[in-house]
Design a protein around this ligand. Structure first.
Ligand code: SF4
Length: 471
């Protein structure tokens, strides 16, 4: 089949991240659509003819998509969408159908995977919604269409759900994502355009932990070997002169031995790549962080969520406040930047626990902090606790962490939005916080460019955009 993979355009000029657990508008980051590149290489393995366009990355609109469809004449169009950009992203399907009603249209969006029927009802031009693990369900869908089947495993079509697919067992068996479909890595950066060429990579996917607010809680963990990771980085270095990588995994350091091996190989290969990762606070220690730093790690994102042990326990975070404090301290000692995210409005939140979170931030002084409001995303325990199991229709277009749709027993949604703004104001007006970051830049002059751009972002974001569509 001739398949066109599409990352839809930006939303009202704001960049959109359309990657599994991270399906949001994000004003200050432009990420390459890694999952689409992965699907492209899988489809090529099945002998499909694949073309691709990243309209978000290139900052191009739907006119470009029309041209692309007219030129490539695909049999099928696959694209990603997000809850808050739903109607905008669905124009991809509508345009394909307008140009040729025989084109099959398929969409991917992890956040809404438990609302499959609602998605199909609200998207008349969508022939199929891929709800299961895309590495398996996407090739299955294209092969089903090629064979003339009406249903397909891991997807909902107008004829029904095709049944579960099992997550891929051997993550190393995935072919290298089809990076060759990208003209270059120029458009891509995270938070501020520094350290380019930049790329995200998944070295693992899935998370066995059970945080009640998280859309990927309890999903099967699949890991690439250290050799496979190095192979991908080497490719990116050789073909795109990669300078900075962000391992997009939920918990990069889940397997300590693998992390050690990656560090060892990175040093042996001397690829000279600076890298960033996400992980949980209890999955690092001082020695590991020092090893990571010596292998090029320059930043770690920790989902701290709250400075209140009571709140952490209520959402099953399974982390102690002292573990979180130690992780930040050790990372800073190892000269690794710390990006910490917090959620305001988790069950049991009150003004006292909000203050505990602020005290935590003031005490630990992470390099940066993201304050989100709690969002009851479909499929999470938080959603069930908030709405019950069978909600007829969810207004998923409003689900974004910059504006509360629910409160807690003691705080209203407005309280939470105010708390979020106050938290950012407290951080950004803290002389100790600026001083701590200034100290870092003095000892790490290579971060000067990034720090300068980041400071500009803060002013722009806080003063002009009030932290909307961003963190
Ligand atoms: S550790 Fe918790 S918040 Fe992080 S990805 Fe896993 S379930 Fe989600």
């Amino acid at each position: 089949m001739k398949v066109l993979l599409v990352n839809p355009p930006r939303y009202n000029g704001v960049s959109v991240i359309r990657e599994e657990r991270c399906e949001v508008t994000e004003r200050y980051s432009v990420l390459e659509p890694y999952s689409l590149l992965q699907i492209a290489s899988l489809l090529r393995n099945d002998n499909h003819n694949v073309s691709f366009i990243d309209l978000n990355g290139l900052d191009m609109g739907y006119d470009t998509l029309k041209d692309k469809i007219e030129r490539t004449k695909p049999d099928a169009v696959l694209f990603r969408f997000t809850p808050t950009t739903f109607d905008h992203d669905m124009k991809t399907a509508s345009i394909a159908k307008e140009l040729n009603s025989d084109i099959h249209t398929g969409g991917l969006c992890w956040t809404l995977h438990t609302l499959g029927s609602q998605v199909m009802n609200e998207a008349p031009d969508l022939d199929a919604y891929i709800t299961d693990e895309y590495e398996v369900a996407s090739p299955a869908l294209i092969n089903s269409w090629e064979n003339g089947d009406n249903i397909s495993p891991g997807a909902i079509t107008k004829h029904g759900y095709g049944g579960n697919v099992e997550a891929i067992k051997d993550y190393d068996s995935l072919p290298l994502p089809a990076y060759d479909l990208l003209p270059n890595l120029d458009p891509y950066f995270v938070t501020a355009p520094a350290g380019q060429p930049f790329s995200i990579l998944y070295t693992s996917k899935g998370c066995p932990f059970k945080c009640s607010f998280c859309t990927v809680a309890g999903t099967p963990l699949k890991m690439k070997s250290s050799q496979k990771i190095i192979e991908e980085l080497r490719y990116l270095k050789e073909h795109y002169s990669l300078r900075t990588a962000s391992f997009f995994d939920e918990t990069f350091t889940f397997n300590r031995k693998r992390t050690e091996e990656v560090c060892r190989l990175l040093k042996e290969e001397n690829l000279d790549i600076k890298w960033y990762c996400n992980t949980r606070a209890h999955l690092v220690d001082k020695e590991l962080l020092e090893m990571m730093r010596s292998a090029g790690c320059r930043g770690v994102s920790f989902g701290i969520e709250s400075g209140s042990q009571r709140i952490l326990d209520s959402v099953g975070k399974n982390i102690k406040i002292d573990e979180a404090k130690n992780a930040i301290k050790w990372a800073k000692e190892a000269k690794i930047k710390t990006f910490c995210s917090f959620i305001l409005g988790l069950p049991g939140e009150n003004w006292e626990s909000v203050s505990e979170t602020m005290r935590f931030v003031k005490e630990t002084l992470p390099t940066s902090a993201q304050f989100n409001v709690a969002v009851p995303y479909p499929g999470t325990k938080l959603y069930e606790d908030t709405y019950g199991k069978d909600v007829p229709n969810t207004d998923f277009r409003k689900l974004y962490q910059d504006s509360a749709v629910t409160g807690t027993a003691e705080l209203t949604p407005d309280d939470l939005n105010n708390a979020r703004e106050a938290a950012y104001r407290a951080l950004y007006t803290s002389g100790r916080w600026w001083g701590s970051n200034l100290k870092h830049v003095i000892t790490e002059p290579s971060d000067l460019d990034l720090a300068f751009r980041y400071a500009l972002k803060i002013v722009n974001n806080f003063v002009f955009h009030k932290m909307k569509d961003a963190h």
